[in-house]
Ligand binder design. Structure first.
Ligand code: PEP
Ligand code: MG
Length: 530
């Protein structure tokens, strides 16, 4: 008789970070890389040579089967790629300490600008051929590839990097079980917006790769099955949109105050399946999750395509794209930077990254109602310095005859020093409260800390008091809230009482906040009969 495996499954109590249930084979992660990777000059040269080789092969393949005119263009492009002076010029930049992707972009941009300003029509027409080569090589320069894990498995590890979450294919199900982690961390935020079940704070537990494991994000439990057999992976439940309101996110409190509800967007795929008529627009697009590598950060055309797609989706509604909030717990793979440098400070310290994004945003602005938001602003001069970069890049685009528009430029209010002095930020066109970081800095805690959830709860009254104070300093400028508090109905009344009228949140939170608002008066008091 066949012996049955009677071992009872082991239940581990942990904490929920994203609801839903998933099961599958465990994937045991190695420790995330300690620090952002730096690139040596030697590896930069080799990486560039390999990328040029890849681009050359691609072009050679394209050349077979193309007509004479196409063949001419490709021949010209191949000639340029084989010209050693281009690689040499990029090599000088690499030796001077520039990252390979920006060394390449800087070299080719110089060449493109030269051609664009040539007297002869024929030469000017060549600029676009060089732009094509620039992007082809850039696509081959993958920066630092993120190691993926098998689709449908349960990721088990101490922590997880946002870039790894983003690089993974979640369509086959799967979930996340972390020994440590935080429900307020960025991976948890991504998991909630993509309906990937996740539990955190399980403590170190022993499991073998491939062992069947179940993540219950509703109960905050991990179940370890003995043996490798088990039920088929459960697909994550997609949010059901039974009765989708089409009020464009415009509603009223019981006493008639106008309220706007917008959505936060982390990755482009999230807009698939959401009707734009459900919201007033996008109150926060975290561009750092759409621009997931240094190579993307250097790729103006790719960024333009991403921003344009969001603006097209929004169909005239306002779209607030936050500039790259990288650094700290959101490192940009391949970018060597001090972990203390984050948000606007990093953007101002790394103009080669910033100017690419600024150009992409300026060019995207002609396709809809774009607002640009600056992350982690602490001092008024930071807004002024960034505005100056926008002006300079706009002037350069105008000189080159590239269509663009200067969008309104606002800021996150997520650093206490800025919130307390909001009236001094004359350079900002609008404000949006980031309660996640406000709570972190007010509580002298960190979002990666397992105790942060508790710290955040206890800090909520201080955050609310600061918001009420800062709303008064904001004067008549447009004001919204896009931190997690905006999507938590427990705080809706107090946020209304503080004077906030525009809430931006994960799409899944819209129904709860909608019903909270209709039961309240503008001052946050309960409506009659509620
Ligand atoms: C915040 O800090 O509240 C915020 C919205 O920004 P993020 O969560 O991306 O840091
Ligand atoms: Mg923030």
């Amino acid at each position: 008789m066949k012996k049955r495996n009677m071992a009872a499954p082991l239940r581990l109590q942990a904490t929920s970070a994203s609801p839903g249930v998933a099961s599958g084979p465990a994937y045991i992660a190695e420790q995330p890389a300690a620090a952002a990777l730096s690139q040596s000059a030697v590896s930069g040269h080799a990486e560039l040579a390999a990328a040029i080789e890849t681009a050359t092969e691609e072009l050679q393949n394209l050349a077979t089967g193309t007509d004479a005119e196409g063949g001419d263009i490709i021949d010209f492009q191949l000639e340029v790629l084989r010209d050693p002076t281009i690689a040499e010029m990029a090599g000088v930049r690499i030796d001077a300490g520039e990252n390979v992707v920006f060394a390449w972009v800087g070299t080719l941009d110089g060449y493109i600008r030269e051609l664009e300003s040539a007297e002869e029509d024929q030469l000017r027409a060549r600029a676009v051929d060089i732009l094509d080569i620039k992007n082809r090589v850039l696509a081959a320069l993958t920066g630092t590839p993120v190691k993926d894990f098998p689709a449908g498995s349960i990721y088990v590890g101490k922590d997880m990097e946002p870039s790894r979450f983003l690089a993974h294919d979640w369509s086959a199900g799967g979930g996340i079980a972390l020994y440590a982690g935080s429900a307020a961390g960025h991976v948890a935020l991504l998991a909630r917006s993509r309906s990937v079940p996740m539990v955190i704070g399980a403590g170190r537990f022993v499991t073998a790769g491939g062992q069947h494991i179940r993540v219950d994000g509703d109960a905050g439990v991990i179940v370890l099955q003995k043996g490798k057999e088990g039920a088929a992976p459960i697909r994550p439940e997609l949010p059901v949109s039974s009765t989708v309101p089409t009020d464009n996110g415009m509603l009223q409190t019981s006493d008639g105050a106008q309220i706007l509800l917008s959505i936060n967007l982390n990755a482009l795929e999230e807009i698939d399946g959401i009707a734009p008529t459900t919201a007033a627009g996008i109150g926060l697009m975290r561009s750092e999750f759409a621009v997931a590598s240094l190579a993307d950060a250097a790729n103006e055309e790719k960024q333009l395509a991403i921003y344009r797609r969001v603006l097209d989706w929004a169909d005239g509604r306002s779209v607030t794209i936050r500039m790259l909030d990288v650094g700290g717990d959101k490192p940009l793979p391949g970018l060597a930077a001090s972990p203390a440098l984050r948000g606007i400070r990093l953007l101002l310290a790394r103009p080669e990254i910033t100017r690419v994004q600024v150009r992409a945003l300026l060019r995207a602005a002609i396709f809809g109602h774009l607002r640009v938001m600056l992350p982690m602003v602490t001092f008024p001069s930071e807004v002024d310095d960034m505005r100056q970069i926008f002006r300079e890049e706009a002037a350069e685009l105008a000189r080159r005859g590239v269509p663009h528009r200067l969008p309104s430029i606002g800021m996150m209010v997520e650093v206490p020093a800025a919130a307390f002095m909001l009236e001094q930020f004359e350079g900002a066109d609008f404000f949006s409260f980031g309660t996640n970081d406000l709570a972190q800095y007010l509580a002298a805690s960190t979002r990666e800390d397992a105790d942060f959830a508790a710290h955040r709860e206890k800090t909520a009254p201080a955050v609310l008091r600061l918001l009420a104070y800062a709303v008064k300093l904001a004067g008549s400028k447009p004001l919204s809230i896009c931190g997690d508090m905006a999507g938590d109905p427990r705080w809706t009344a107090e946020l209304l009482a503080a004077g906030i009228r525009h809430f931006s949140m994960a799409p899944a939170q819209l129904p709860a906040i909608r019903s909270a608002i209709v039961g309240l008066n503008a001052g946050g008091t309960k409506a009659a009969g509620e």
